[in-house]
Design a protein around this ligand. Structure first.
Ligand code: 0GQ
Length: 333
């Protein structure tokens, strides 16, 4: 089996990407944020208080003939940006891009934090990290990808995110027309439940390549590219009037400045992914006429995060074990 679904930026800053998902019988439609940085599939529901909703689609288990409550099970999750949600658990039919997972754990929110309430474009998340960090208790559940994996021609999914344009998540196959050149694979460390890997270094514009092991995660659920301070300083020191503006929450640049490209190394064959300078500007910072930089410090997080700013420049293969151990494939496009 295979699946293919279109994913679209939720706003003009490419802050997140949603894709359509059907749950239940008859199908209930949702727009969900596919997140390779977490492992819970959760949705706004009839359990979510009306004062915590803002037009989101809601899952009503009682209207689905295939819904079954997993009695005694619950979930509770908090994210890097401080947002959180929690609730009860059902099993139901989930269809994404023509691919159906019967008996998928569907986590119905009985509460959500303010930032979810205010994000009316998003009805919940599809976690695509490893099932080892799924939060359902006492019986941990599998991600959509792990649920359907046995039926897939190949145990992979791919992310092809685009700037202000529809992109694609594919399950079970690699679309050779979606990238240029070859795919460079690098081993994944999934010990923390993430798609962890080590980049070999970086390059600002056409300057020399700086060899530096940069260990981080490939995370479609994070907007920014979050890297160590030495990398961030090297980048913005080459930009006139760039400034680290705490009130904006990080480095800003004059909005009319053309920014240098930023490249990062993948694999051990010298391959690089190059983010064009135009994608390194995330639009008005909210203070003055400055714009917010797409590259920011990973500072105190404890890991580096290759978020949408980086992933948008690549065709990325999340391979859970076609060659044995999990690996990430990177190609330009
Ligand atoms: C099982 C938990 C799971 C692994 C969890 N995973 C994550 O947090 C990473 C995951 O990819 C989540 C998925 C997000 C959650 C919010 C909704 C959208 C998806 N990513 C993050 O939290 C990274 C930081 N957030 C982001 O990158 C959000 C994403 C967003 C975009 C639009 C609208 C709303 C949110 N964007 C921003 O913060 N922006 C601020 C700056 C602006 N210019 C751009 C947008 C975790 O690490 N939690 C532990 C944790 C808890 N608490 C904290 C404080 N940190 C933590 N790491």
């Amino acid at each position: 089996a295979k699946g293919s679904v279109v994913t679209t930026p939720i706003n003009s800053e490419d802050e997140a990407y949603d894709a359509p998902v059907s749950i239940g019988t008859p199908a209930q439609p949702f727009n969900l944020d596919f997140d390779t940085g977490s492992s819970d599939l959760w949705v706004f529901s009839s359990l979510t208080p009306s004062n915590e909703r803002n037009g989101q689609n809601i899952y009503t288990a009682s209207r689905s003939s295939t819904a079954k409550q997993l009695s005694g099970e619950s979930w509770k999750i908090s994210y890097g940006d401080g947002s959180s949600s929690s609730g009860l658990v059902y099993s139901d039919v989930v269809t994404i891009g023509g691919l159906t997972a019967a008996g998928q754990a569907v986590e119905a929110a009985s509460r959500v934090s303010q930032s979810f309430t205010s994000e009316s474009a998003t009805d919940g998340l599809v976690g695509l990290a490893f099932s080892s960090i799924n939060t359902v208790s006492p019986d941990q559940q599998t991600t959509f990808f792990d649920t359907v994996k046995p039926s897939l021609a190949s145990p992979v999914f791919t992310a092809d995110l685009k700037h202000q344009a529809p992109g694609t998540y594919n399950f079970g196959f690699i679309d050779k027309s979606a990238f240029t050149g070859s795919i460079t694979y690098t081993p994944v460390d999934n010990s923390q439940g993430f798609w962890g890997f080590t980049s070999t270094g970086f390059q600002v514009g056409n300057n020399d390549f700086q060899q530096e092991s940069i260990t981080g995660i490939a995370d479609t659920g994070t907007t920014l590219l979050l890297l160590p301070d030495d990398v961030v300083n090297a980048y913005y020191s080459s930009v006139n009037n760039a400034q680290n503006d705490q009130s904006a929450g990080g480095f800003t640049v004059p909005c009319d400045t053309s920014l240098p490209d930023f490249s990062f190394g993948v694999g051990n064959n010298g391959a690089m992914i190059t983010i064009p300078g135009s994608l390194m500007n995330l639009g008005p910072s909210g203070s003055g006429n400055s714009c917010f930089g797409g590259l920011q410090s990973s500072g105190t997080i404890g890991t580096n995060i290759f978020g949408d700013v980086a992933l948008k420049a690549a065709f990325v293969v999340f391979d859970s074990g076609s060659q044995g151990q999990p690996q990430l494939g990177w190609a330009s496009k």
